[in-house]
Design a protein around this ligand. Structure first.
Ligand SMILES: Cc1ncc(COP(=O)(O)O)c(C=O)c1O
Length: 417
């Protein structure tokens, strides 16, 4: 059964869809994996904050400071409820990239208990990680002498779990994995892996950038220790990200950034830290952006995350069926709907992704082309890059028809049969 949202009604909230693209074409936005478009409600929430409440949070005793703090902490409550988490376990950062770096730096700043890392210890990743969940760990390994290990990826685009017993051992101290691949669309079996991770006492970090915007995620059910995502991929503003962590780990963890707002006491020689989350939010935070993120979550909650997910399943299935009809097109990633989300990467025989992307652009179709910040994965599949279409609540079947027709037109343009 096809389950689709009322896309016309949703699009009416997103003014960018009124824009005419090249050649007067309508916008077919298939690049939400890179960043989502923003509804009026999110932009209005930010403007309302600046118009009515703007002041530095947690600093003044005047009315505006009180209102700004309430708005900012209210945003934290919204995020926490969305994740099934406690308020104090939600840290605002500027992005998922910053969330993961915060964690990696806090590891080396702490260096005791479960945060102690040295020669012989292992950090386990996978070959399908975005650079944001690879390079901070490479650097942590360099700083501490720990060794990087990784799950391979099968030809179908799944995590190769056949070696899990060798890869997760007493030496494993950190496991950092993506929930849903930004290239393949694969949704990884996190609950299953977390059982093995818990047995050896390692810390499990989840990059939820591509999952949180698309289906309901409950941190308690997943069994992970930390989770990171970016606001801009979930209808929210840029400049706001989230790091959720388990309370006991946050309490034991040293900060990454030091300065105002994160302290308890300060002398000329030393300082002590405020409890989490403030310990990890040095400086005046991105207040309006946090409020905008909460408005984005309210928007999605009003639709219902299960309906969001069903809509994307319908679109993705339709896209896979349509793309499969195109001669010379290879889908890179799972071709069935089991445990996969609304991201579809493909290669076209004889056409470089950047060239193909330029022709699609002539029809108003915005796709992502290139290595998608996942260079090791490109090497694995022997391609320099792919074309990626990614779907969200404002896409409909006509967008996918446009993509399929656009690819056929691209083939004609380059005289590829
Ligand atoms: C899976 C994944 N992780 C991390 C990131 C990094 O997100 P940001 O650039 O917003 O920090 C992205 C962005 O594309 C992503 O897709």
């Amino acid at each position: 059964m096809m389950t689709l949202l009322d896309v016309a009604a949703i699009k009416a909230d997103f003014p960018i869809f009124e824009k005419k693209m090249r050649n007067d074409a309508r916008l077919v936005y298939l690049d939400s994996g890179a960043t989502s478009q923003k509804p009026n409600q999110v932009m209005a929430a930010e403007q309302y904050f600046y118009t009515h409440h703007n002041a530095a949070v947690h600093r003044g005793s005047h009315l505006l400071a009180e209102e700004a703090s309430a708005a900012y902490e209210g945003a934290r409550e919204t995020v926490a409820a969305f994740l099934g988490a406690k308020n104090d376990d939600v840290i605002f950062t500027k992005s998922a990239t910053e969330s993961i770096n915060l964690l990696a730096y806090s590891f080396s700043n702490t260096a005791t208990g479960r945060f102690a890392l040295g020669a012989g210890d292992e950090i386990l990743l996978s070959e399908m990680e975005h650079h944001a969940n690879l390079i901070p760990w490479q650097q942590l390994a360099k700083r501490t002498g720990a060794t990087l290990k990784w799950f391979g990826v099968t030809p179908e685009g799944r995590l190769d779990l056949s070696t899990i017993d060798q890869l997760i051992s007493e030496r494993t101290k950190i496991v950092a994995l993506t929930h849903q691949s930004n290239v393949l669309g694969t949704i990884n079996p996190i609950e299953k892996i977390s059982e093995a991770v818990r047995k050896v006492g390692a810390i499990f970090v989840l990059d939820a950038c591509q999952s949180i915007p698309h289906f309901a995620v409950d941190v308690a059910e997943l069994g992970v220790d930390f989770l990171a995502f970016s606001g801009h991929k979930i209808l929210g503003p840029t400049g706001i990200g989230v790091l959720w962590g388990r309370a006991d780990l946050l309490a034991a963890m040293e900060p990454f950034l030091f300065g105002g707002s994160m302290i308890e006491t300060v002398t000329m020689e030393s300082a002590t830290w405020a409890p989490a989350p403030r310990k990890f939010e040095a400086g005046v935070p991105n207040m309006a952006q946090a409020v905008g993120l909460a408005a984005a979550i309210d928007y999605l909650n009003a639709i219902g995350m299960d309906k969001v997910h069903d809509h994307e399943v319908t679109l993705t299935k339709y896209a896979l069926d349509g793309l499969r009809t195109i001669k010379g097109l290879t889908i890179i990633g799972p071709t069935d709907m089991a445990s996969r989300g609304g991201v579809v990467s493909f290669a076209l025989d004889g056409i470089h992704p950047h060239d193909g992307g330029q022709v699609l652009d002539q029809y108003g179709i915005a796709v992502r082309t290139g290595h998608h910040c996942a260079w090791p994965l490109m090497r694995k599949y022997g391609v320099s890059g792919t074309t990626r279409a990614s779907f969200y609540i404002y896409n409909d079947l006509a967008d996918i028809d446009a993509l399929v027709e656009g690819i056929e037109a691209t083939k004609k343009y380059f005289k590829v049969s």
